[in-house]
Design a protein around this ligand. Structure first.
Ligand code: ZN
Ligand code: ZN
Length: 213
């Protein structure tokens, strides 16, 4: 698995500080469990956060505190690094929400052969699994807020790039796209959104309230 599309530093820092809604945290935790590169960057943010907290509001920051912080970053956090438990195509953080794999998910049809399952998270944002048959498209849509999509199986392409297992696509207000699953294997994704998507075609827009896409 070669991951080409990663989480930004902003997102990793917000996650590390506990500032993300649960749905986005789930996508971040799942990607990090699959991606050594983002895990290493996140551990360095955790170490900096820990060092800042440890200093608290004690008056003077010693001249060597930067050096100490950099040493902490290099040495990584003190917690043990047990291997991440994996469960089929659902990494551990996702398995806690969705069960052991696609077979355990209660899928609902949303048209065009696409199926989805909304996952239980708090109301600040919503998380769902999407099952897109090989070769099928998710309806053309724009976004009112932020959409973060992580590929768990297969691959999809849209106007910007190709996304395979482990890749994350982050789409914002400015992006309108039509993700299409590659031929050969059905694509399964985990997606988080912080506002309802805005479909451009009439029919999907009418259906939107029912499906909570
Ligand atoms: Zn990554
Ligand atoms: Zn989208």
């Amino acid at each position: 698995m070669t991951i080409r599309h990663h989480l930004s530093d902003d997102v990793l820092m917000a996650y590390s500080a506990g500032d993300l809604p649960e749905a986005f945290s789930l996508v971040v935790a799942t990607h990090v469990s699959m991606c050594d590169e983002c895990r290493a960057r996140m551990e360095s943010f955790d170490a900096v956060g820990g060092a800042v907290l440890a200093q608290g509001d004690t008056a003077a920051i010693g001249a060597d505190s930067l050096a100490a912080t950099m040493a902490l970053i290099k040495s990584g956090p003190p917690q043990d690094k047990a291997p991440v438990r994996r469960s089929g195509i659902f990494p551990a953080p996702l398995a806690d929400y969705a069960g052991d794999g696609p077979g355990a998910v209660k899928w609902r049809r949303v048209g065009g052969g696409v199926r989805q399952a909304i996952l239980p998270t708090d109301s600040g944002a919503s998380a769902r699994l999407l099952h897109i048959p090989a070769g099928a498209a998710v309806p053309d849509h724009g976004h009112h807020g932020l959409e973060m999509t992580l590929v768990l199986q297969g691959a999809f392409r849209d106007e910007t790039a190709r996304f395979g297992r482990g890749d994350v696509e982050i789409a914002t207000e400015a992006d309108e796209h039509t993700p299409v699953a590659e031929l050969g294997e059905d694509c399964i994704c985990l997606a988080a959104t912080d506002a309802p998507l805005r479909f451009t075609a009439l029919l999907p827009r009418l259906a939107q309230p029912f499906f909570r896409i």
